[in-house]
Design a protein around this ligand. Structure first.
Ligand SMILES: Nc1ncnc2c1ncn2[C@@H]1O[C@H](COP(=O)(O)OP(=O)(O)O)[C@@H](O)[C@H]1O
Ligand SMILES: [Mg+2]
Length: 373
């Protein structure tokens, strides 16, 4: 375990050197005029005492979320700044893998900078592993959309959330120094600022993809049930289109207010597919909106979702194309017509597939309604 930590930290602290960038990347960065250099990471190392004091000794009252391998506590620094501290939970099994994911998260999120990506403020490596983020006082999209006790989110806010998330994802795929595939896009990993700007979080599964590779084959297959693209689920193939599929499911979730996998064990995308194909898209809208939505915006989102969840990854749009469809302008529907056989819904998974054991190459979590994971 020490080995992983030491080497991973070496890589992190040598950011900008050849171990992190390819030679070409370094050359092109060096040749950039100063004002075009990507922003430098500004995160710092916190002491354990600082985080202990800020979270009132990691008290249970300050616990705001629990994920697959971490607990998240809210805290307040001496200067009044509110923070979220993600603490790696200690379990006897799989420690090394979790530690890897944790370090992976610092390595990836520590070098990105976009208004729709949750900013990392720093980390701490004394007495455990801790990541420090800006606090989202509003919480995750999952916690807002599925909490029956809360008023339903209005259409304008839902629209803002999906557009912002699409912009953040487009940035990860195309706008930052390295292609980043998030691999776990879902409502509980999209946090909201006080003005409901979405921020993509939880980079534990994120992967950098070298620019010359079309895709990457990955084992174990990790992610969240109901969001996995068929080529990833079946063959471990990961590229930007894996995230596009998950984004399509997220889009459907925000439009419909339904969970990716509901109590009847039907996935959201297999419920929505025939509705989209038959053009009965009004059936998708969350009934809690009581008809209060912008029909032309809704049509755009529904069309984008129908393309994102296509079984064939080559027929899915890029996030740039998704944005074009969701925002203003003419939609070229002809361009997106595909042969019927390419749209056959392959029953690529069912609940029987969940009978995997932990030693197999699957590691999946379930979407839930607690606002965690
Ligand atoms: N910065 C934050 N502000 C507020 N809540 C957060 C923050 N980061 C995470 N959370 C909460 O904690 C949960 C788990 O965090 P996450 O980073 O997704 O961990 P995991 O990788 O274990 O899923 C999230 O779903 C969210 O509810
Ligand atoms: Mg999570």
């Amino acid at each position: 375990m020490k080995y992983i930590r030491i080497n991973s930290f070496k890589r992190l602290f040598f950011f900008g050197k050849r171990s992190f960038f390819g030679e070409e990347d370094v050359k092109s960065l060096v040749n950039l005029p100063l004002d075009q250099h990507p922003p430098r990471p500004s995160w710092k190392c916190f002491s354990y005492e600082q985080l202990f004091d800020a979270t009132n000794g990691f008290s249970s009252e300050n616990l705001v979320g629990k994920g697959g391998y971490a607990e998240v506590y809210k805290g307040k620094m001496n200067d009044g700044k509110e923070i979220a501290v993600k603490r790696l939970t200690k379990t006897s099994r799989d420690d090394e893998r979790k530690e890897k994911e944790f370090l992976n998260e610092i390595g990836t999120i520590g070098h990105v900078c976009h208004s729709n990506v949750l900013p990392l403020l720093g980390c701490c490596i004394d007495y455990g592993l801790y990541l420090v983020f800006e606090l989202s006082t509003v919480g995750s999209v999952a916690s807002l959309i599925h909490d029956e006790k809360l008023n339903p989110l209005d259409w304008k806010t839902r629209h803002k959330i999906v557009l912002g998330t699409a912009r953040g994802l487009h940035y990860l795929h195309k706008g930052c120094q390295r292609r980043i595939i998030h691999r776990d896009i879902k409502a509980s990993n999209i946090l909201l600022t006080t003005d409901f700007e979405p921020q993509i979080s939880d980079f534990g599964l994120a992967k950098w993809l070298p620019s010359q590779w079309t895709h990457h084959s990955i084992a174990p297959i990790e992610g969240t049930f109901g969001h996995l693209a068929p080529e990833y689920y079946l063959h471990g193939v990961v590229d930007e289109k894996t995230d596009v599929f998950a984004f399509g499911v997220f889009l459907l979730e925000v439009i419909s207010g339904r969970k990716p996998v509901d109590g009847s064990f039907q996935s959201l995308h297999s419920w929505a597919k025939p509705i989209l194909n038959n053009g009965e898209i009004e059936k998708l809208v969350d009934p809690r909106l009581e008809g209060a939505y912008d029909i032309s915006q809704f049509k755009r989102l529904a069309f984008a979702a129908s393309l994102c969840i296509r079984p064939s990854s080559t027929w899915r749009p890029t996030m740039n194309e998704v944005l074009e469809i969701m925002e203003e302008g003419e939609i070229d529907k002809e361009k997106w017509k595909m042969a019927e056989e390419d749209d056959q819904v392959e029953e690529f998974w069912g609940f029987d597939d969940l009978d995997y054991d932990y030693n197999s190459s699957f590691s999946m979590s379930f979407p839930d309604s607690t606002g965690s994971t």
